[in-house]
Design a protein around this ligand. Structure first.
Ligand code: DGY
Length: 330
């Protein structure tokens, strides 16, 4: 049997590349940038599988242009870059990497919360500027994290992992979601279910952990900012378009809220110049899952999905497992 031919759209950790190379003929995009749509299509024309990142948009038109590809393995848990219904219709399996990056992403959300709340970005810039004149009682006063109220929007795996971290800081945790968590889970995390309005009005920190869907696009807009406390801090490690970036820049500039910590942006990799000019926002380059161990696990899961598919086994984290089952039934 010929070995499956796989295109990998960027250099990924060895934990994924080594097993892939054991089982498949692998071509890796050699550049330190995402392939364009045309470059991706050209590279996939003679391939059986695609391992891609969240920077690659795989929609119905791309799928139609690469009919030899039978599985698309996304090296990310979020999959708003994939058109899963189109893949299902085309008989293509798609997979993501759930479960391995929750703790790492929650670590980063908490780090952002502390940085933005205590103004660490500004403080660091001051030290590097060489203009610090010494200790000042009025200098760089921020928001307390300890005993503050944390509002978590989206109480899935990452939201819950953030709640566990908040307990160490004696924070009071409230959350909102489409469906309340089971009572024992919420009680175990000391988390109270509230509606979105109450969460926005009463939280000192608001942290976003929802997937990007039509219903969450611009979930946090000018109206939402107007409900928040003037001292509130917004944290976003989910997806950029969940927040209306222009409204956020205005809210930070006008003092509608105190600060923000962002890992994701509405138009990545671009950020609005208004945001970049503000002192009261901490800006990170989408590194929520970027620990050596976690990125390795993500790459390995993507590889395992591809390898399983061609071994005739169910890809472990398929988003549309019915496509594989249909194929297995013949
Ligand atoms: C994801 O996996 O969706 C993150 O945004 C990147 O790790």
């Amino acid at each position: 049997m010929p070995r499956p031919r796989v295109f990998v759209s960027r250099v990924i950790p060895d934990a994924g590349l080594i097993p892939l190379r054991e089982h498949c003929d692998v071509e890796v995009w050699p550049h330190n940038r995402a392939p364009s749509r045309d470059e991706l299509i050209a590279a996939c024309r003679d391939k059986d599988a695609l391992v891609c990142l969240l920077t690659e948009k795989i929609d119905a038109a791309v799928l139609a242009a690469i009919p030899s590809v039978k599985i698309v393995a996304n090296v990310a848990v979020g999959f708003d870059n994939l058109d899963v219904p189109a893949a299902t219709a085309a008989g293509v399996v798609m997979s993501n990497t759930p479960g391995v990056l929750d703790e790492t992403t929650a670590d980063l959300a908490f780090a952002l919360l502390m940085c933005a709340g205590r103004r660490l970005g500004e403080a660091e810039r001051l030290m590097r500027s060489g203009t610090w004149t010494g200790w000042g009682i009025m200098q760089l006063m921020g928001q307390d994290i300890n005993h503050a109220t944390l509002g978590i929007v989206g109480f899935g795996r990452i939201g819950r992992a953030l709640a566990r971290r908040a307990a160490g800081f004696a924070m009071s945790v409230q959350y909102t979601d489409a469906v309340p968590a089971p009572a024992d889970v919420a009680a175990g995390l000391n988390a109270r279910f509230v509606d979105m309005d109450e969460l926005l009005k009463t939280s000192d920190f608001v942290s976003l952990h929802v997937p990007l869907l039509p219903s969450t696009h611009h979930l946090i807009d000018a109206k939402a900012f107007a409900k928040m406390k003037k001292t509130a801090v917004l944290i976003n490690t989910s997806r950029g378009p969940v927040v209306e970036e222009a409204a956020l820049a205005a809210a930070l500039r006008d003092g509608t809220i105190a600060a923000a910590g962002l890992d994701v942006y509405e138009h990545e990799p671009n950020i609005s110049p208004e945001l970049a000019a503000l002192e009261n926002v901490v800006l990170l380059p989408h590194i929520g899952s970027a620990s050596v161990a976690t990125r390795g696990k993500m790459a390995e899961i993507a590889a395992r999905n591809v390898i399983a598919y061609f071994a005739g086994e169910a890809p472990p984290t398929a988003l549309n497992p019915e496509v594989f089952e249909r194929r297995a039934k013949g």
